[in-house]
Design a protein around this ligand. Structure first.
Ligand code: NAD
Length: 252
């Protein structure tokens, strides 16, 4: 039987956790479409992973509806199908409430939350056709906060809620799940011009019940699980991957 060529769109797939997700799909024989605003990072990652399989970079700002429409059209034109949409693109602007501007608030919500709505809206008919999956990357910030993170926390709380709303609306044809990472060290997964060697202390690691800070691979392995048939009973769920930090009492 001929092997089906499965296609994944990974938003923010040029760097950080998204780059690790891109690599994981390629290693499993999928075709990866990176949708990212950063041309330098997108082209660099496409070149770096070229030998792993078929990979394409389509420069896209997920908060802009016309660009998302173009991303989906171009993916269908190139590959004919979409099997997985990984909504990973995200930004944070952490500032005191009284100095956070409406433009900054809208930029964070536009990328982290509206971007998922737009990508789901324009790809769902294609995903439906092949029984595909949507996976949204939220954050443990959806459930717990540090000061001055209103826009980011609100956007990620929205991602968790949007996940179950989409799961119910899209029904049995498309499974929709969400992963909420905790602290994930991404320094080595940035584009070359921004790459940094992580300088994590023993305390950084040991404050986690799991004994260590997370890695991008901790998240990409969960993404692969969620798109697999082993996860066929999961939809509308949120998997927390934080080394136990949100389960830990913090009294001093
Ligand atoms: P990152 O900054 O390393 O990478 C994000 C990528 O998204 C970049 O390549 C960037 O160019 C791209 N991007 C930004 N805005 C975009 C837009 N409007 N359209 C398309 N692409 C855009 O980030 P990361 O740390 O790897 O985070 C990835 C996701 O995981 C985000 O949603 C983030 O909120 C979430 N997350 C990260 C952590 C962590 O500790 N790193 C923890 C919890 C959740």
């Amino acid at each position: 039987m001929p092997q089906i060529n499965r296609i994944a769109i990974i938003t923010g797939g040029a760097q950080g956790i998204g780059k690790s997700i891109t690599k994981a799909f390629l290693e499993k024989g999928w075709t990866a479409v990176i949708a990212d605003t950063d041309r330098e990072a997108g082209e660099e990652t496409a070149r770096e992973f070229d030998t792993l399989g078929t990979i394409t970079f389509i420069q896209t700002d997920v908060s802009e509806e016309k660009q998302v429409e173009r991303l989906v059209e171009k993916t269908i034109l190139l590959f004919g199908r979409i099997d997985a949409l990984i909504n990973n693109a995200g930004i944070s602007i952490n500032k005191p409430l009284t100095t956070l501007t409406i433009e900054e608030w809208n930029r964070v919500l536009g990328t982290n939350l509206t971007g998922i709505f737009l990508c789901a809206k324009h790809s769902c008919s294609h995903l439906q056709r092949v029984g595909g999956c949507i996976i949204n990357i939220a954050s443990t910030r959806a459930f717990m906060s540090e000061a001055c993170t209103e826009a980011y926390s609100a956007s990620k709380g929205g991602v968790v809620a949007l996940t179950h709303a989409l799961a119910v609306s899209l029904g049995s044809g498309i499974r929709v799940n969400c992963i909420s990472p905790g602290w994930i060290e991404t320094g080595l997964w940035k584009k070359k011009s921004r790459r940094i060697t992580p300088a994590l202390s023993a305390e950084d690691h040991l404050q986690h019940p799991a004994g260590r800070v997370g890695t991008p691979e901790d998240i990409s392995s969960l993404v692969l699980y969620l798109v697999s048939t082993e996860a066929s009973f999961l939809t509308g769920s949120n998997l927390i991957a934080d080394g136990g930090m949100t389960r830990k009492m913090m009294y001093s």
